[in-house]
Design a protein around this ligand. Structure first.
Ligand code: TXA
Ligand code: MG
Length: 332
């Protein structure tokens, strides 16, 4: 299959490109598109065959359900069986935006989307291209991140093509995605609501609306107790290059370089100079750090280093999402 690429303006997406992509979706095709978090790989959420093709293209295990994207909260009841008051309050505050809500599903949603489970995950993305596409398609759109399963999520169209060229119909290239990290996933089908995947909306922001919420299991990679969202089970969000998290930072980098490896080092500390080491000084601000993380990991993958060493940022709730991704990425 030839993958078509259409460039469009991220702020004022051209109507002909959007119309073309909507047509591909309605006919059962796969379209990658930018959201405010990462690029998604979309198919009509009500078309089981099309959604099945998402799993094939990504090499995604069938037990990992998909997020359904809708144009506005008013469309929630097309796929969810209930729209409880906490959902309405969260949607009012955070949609369009990087918060995914897990609710009881309607039967109209194919099993392939929900992995046969009783719930469906929903969000309204805050990106002009994604919203224009959802409006034009007129159907809910199931979309996981547009990468091969377990790999780094794409924050640019080039990343999508590297993993999926020849396996999908169309990529809408709207430039780099601003958020850089996936949405927060919150399960509203349980009481109290439970954080399944930390993301760009923090637990404190959710609790300011709902009151106390539960947090699923340990941070992935720590391997004790119940596991959170199916997508966080194993090695995930991982660059091709082996990645390790450390507290000892520079010492570890020196050790690996002396052993003959080329090393990429992500630190929030000072720049250093050592032949064989590629030092990347990351932003101090948690949001800026999150926005850059995948882009930097993609860059290190391209540079051909043998190992990536990351100084794990401090354990604060604002950094929960980044720490969870890094731990998954370093899992064996
Ligand atoms: O920011 C995002 O969320 C991006 C953009 C494209 O929207 N999408 C994304 O999708 O990250 P994906 O498939 O890579 O991750 C979806 C996560 C997985 O961890 C999956 O297990 C979980 O959401 N999930 C989906 N449906 C669920 C459900 N019904 N119950 C529990 N977890 C669910
Ligand atoms: Mg993903």
């Amino acid at each position: 299959m030839k993958t078509e690429v259409l460039r469009l303006s991220p702020d004022h997406p051209e109507e002909d490109a959007i119309a073309r992509a909507a047509e591909v979706l309605r006919r059962g095709g796969l379209v990658a598109f930018p959201t405010e978090t990462v690029y998604g790989l979309g198919a009509s959420a009500l078309n089981a065959t099309a959604c099945g093709r998402i799993f094939e293209a990504k090499g995604r295990p069938a037990n990992n359900p998909l997020i359904v994207h809708i144009a506005s909260a008013e469309d929630a009841l097309q796929v969810a069986a209930a729209w409880p008051e906490p959902a309405a309050r969260l949607a009012e505050r955070f949609w369009p935006g990087p918060l995914t809500l897990v609710l009881p599903r309607r039967d109209i949603v194919p099993d392939v989307v929900t992995a046969g489970g009783p719930t469906v995950a929903l969000r309204v993305p805050a990106h002009p291209v994604a919203l224009a596409l959802l409006h034009a398609a007129g159907v809910p759109v199931a979309a996981p991140s547009a990468n091969r399963s377990s790999r780094l999520s794409p924050t640019r169209a080039e990343h999508v093509l590297r993993d999926l060229e020849g396996h999908i119909d169309l990529v809408l290239d709207g430039g780099p995605t601003p958020g850089g990290l996936e949405s927060t996933v919150l399960d509203l089908s349980r009481t109290p609501p439970c954080l399944l995947r930390p993301g760009l909306v923090t637990p404190a922001q959710i609790e300011s609306v709902l009151g106390p919420i539960a947090r699923a299991g340990p941070i992935p990679g720590e391997r004790q107790g119940a596991l959170p969202s199916p997508g966080m089970l194993t090695r995930h969000y991982a660059p091709r290059t082996p990645l390790e998290c450390t507290e000892e930072g520079w010492q570890r980098v020196e050790e690996l370089v002396w052993a003959g490896l080329r090393v990429g080092w992500l630190t929030r500390g000072q720049d250093r100079n050592l032949p064989g080491a590629m030092v990347i000084v990351m932003p101090q601000d948690p949001k800026d750090y999150a926005a850059q993380l995948y882009a930097v990991l993609h860059q290190l993958d391209d540079s051909g280093v043998d190992r990536i060493v990351v100084d794990l940022p401090p354990e604060t709730e604002e950094r929960l999402s980044v720490r969870a991704r890094l731990r998954s990425a370093s899992a064996k």
